[in-house]
Design a protein around this ligand. Structure first.
Ligand SMILES: *Cc1c(COP(=O)(O)O)cnc(C)c1O
Length: 430
């Protein structure tokens, strides 16, 4: 039986070899070395268009939450498909501009926006600031006043709904640092409405990531529309409603997720029922656009028999892919070559671990694998929160990124060079 693949359209086994679209992954590993991130353009495009098409009948803006994967080539291609962008830093806005994206389709989220970032975003006339606190609102007024401009804003409210996801990626509960408590929102909106330097355009929430069920989104929508009713009674009208991040994705076999159209239809039905069908619908989806569109290919260095466990030591580590150790995330690890049933290599249970000097440096635990040293493995569903969360820990160079389109592939980031890593450091003689 062939190993499970979360996206079995764009990643598939052909004659027991794992391919991305029409390219054998082994060919890419041989050409560029390992570890290497490989993305399927057609998988990204399909995931983006699933939202875009579902939203088509309604006023909408589909924003890509670029912190999931911010490679400039990917930003550029999504911009060409009509994407707006959800950014969380000035650096990300720089990337949008560098990739020829449209700043007028940019939303700026995040709890700690600094002066320079607000000024830079305002200079570039972004669509909207998602304001996460009262002091931030005051700071935006200050910056807008200095530039003699009007900043478009929405408040990110915390609807206090349980997204039932991992605590580190659950963001819509009272104890989280994000957003403005929904009870305080009417007062803060009124305050904003009195400033000559602000224009209220919307309402926003983001309750968490990797939410596989639709009901938390609907609960949040209800609370947002309750708030819209209150605002209406105070004479504050909205143009858009922003539901935050997109749906979760399949990491494990047997997991079910809803199609984007189910989410969009269910939300729009609710808006319609409550007289808000005219509002522009916004999503800030990251994981569901790129997550299943990427794999991280790694080579097995050693198979080591421990006292109680077997270890499969690979050349990829927590600095390249931190999700397993940070979130206890389960990611499928699939061999690039599947050995036939009758081959003498024994199937064994391994912890798949990296070379870093940390017990937390693992990619998967208790995995059944039929492998030998030198074999290649793919960490599936690595397209989101993989490369963007990578670091140089242990002076490890960041992997290259390759984008596949049909039978063609392109280097969208080169393997880092050690000289570049050292170029900003300076020796002092004391
Ligand atoms: C991370 C984040 C997103 C993206 O969430 P996904 O689950 O990747 O779709 C959207 N909005 C905000 C404010 C975020 O912080």
């Amino acid at each position: 039986m062939l190993p499970f693949l979360p996206d079995n359209k764009n990643f598939s086994y052909r004659d027991n070899e794992l391919w991305c679209e029409r390219v054998p992954l082994k060919q890419i590993a041989e050409e560029f070395g390992t570890p290497v991130y490989v993305y399927s353009y057609n998988s990204i495009k399909k995931a983006f268009l699933a939202y875009q098409q579902a939203l088509k009948p309604y006023p909408h803006l589909m924003c890509y939450a670029m912190k999931a994967n911010s490679n400039i080539a990917i930003i550029h291609l999504l911009a060409k498909l009509g994407a707006g962008f959800d950014i969380v830093s000035g650096g990300e806005l720089r990337r949008v501009i560098e990739a020829s994206g449209d700043p007028k389709k940019v939303l700026f989220s995040g709890v700690g926006k600094i002066y320079d970032e607000i000024a830079y975003a305002l200079e570039n006339d972004i669509k909207c600031f998602n304001v996460e606190s009262e002091p931030e609102l005051e700071r935006i007024i200050e910056v807008a006043k200095a530039q003699n401009k009007v900043a478009r804003i929405s408040l990110r409210v915390n609807p206090n709904v349980d997204a039932k996801t991992h605590p580190y990626i659950s963001t819509g509960l009272k104890q989280n640092k994000f957003g403005i408590a929904i009870e305080d929102a009417p007062r803060v909106y009124e305050k904003a409405s009195k400033s000559d330097f602000l224009k209220i355009t919307g309402i926003d929430c983001h309750i968490g990531s990797q939410i596989t069920d639709i009901s938390p989104f609907l609960d949040a929508c209800d609370k947002l529309l309750d708030l819209a009713d209150v605002l209406k009674s105070k004479g504050i009208e909205l143009d858009h409603i922003d539901f935050g991040g997109g749906l979760g994705i399949v990491y494990e076999e047997g997991q079910e997720v809803h199609h984007a159209s189910e989410l969009v239809e269910a939300l729009h039905q609710k808006m319609e029922n409550r007289g808000y069908g005219y509002l522009e619908m916004i999503f800030e989806a990251g994981r569901s656009i790129v997550g299943n569109s990427g794999v991280l290919v790694t080579e097995i260095q050693y198979l080591k028999e421990g006292e109680t466990k077997n270890f499969c030591i690979v050349d990829t580590a927590m600095n390249d892919m931190i999700r397993p150790t940070l979130y206890q995330a389960w990611m499928q690890i699939a061999p690039l070559h599947v050995y036939p049933e009758n081959c003498p290599i024994k199937e064994e249970i391994f912890d798949v671990v990296g070379p870093i000097c940390e017990t937390g440096d693992w990619l998967g635990k208790d995995r059944k694998l039929k492998v030998q040293p030198g074999d290649l493995l793919a960490v599936m569903s690595s397209g989101a929160y993989g490369m963007t969360m990578s670091s140089h820990y242990n002076t490890r160079l960041k992997p290259p990124e390759i984008l596949v389109d049909g039978a063609d592939y392109y280097v969208i980031r080169e393997r880092e060079k050690i000289e570049k890593l050292f170029s900003s450091e300076h020796i002092v003689e004391l």
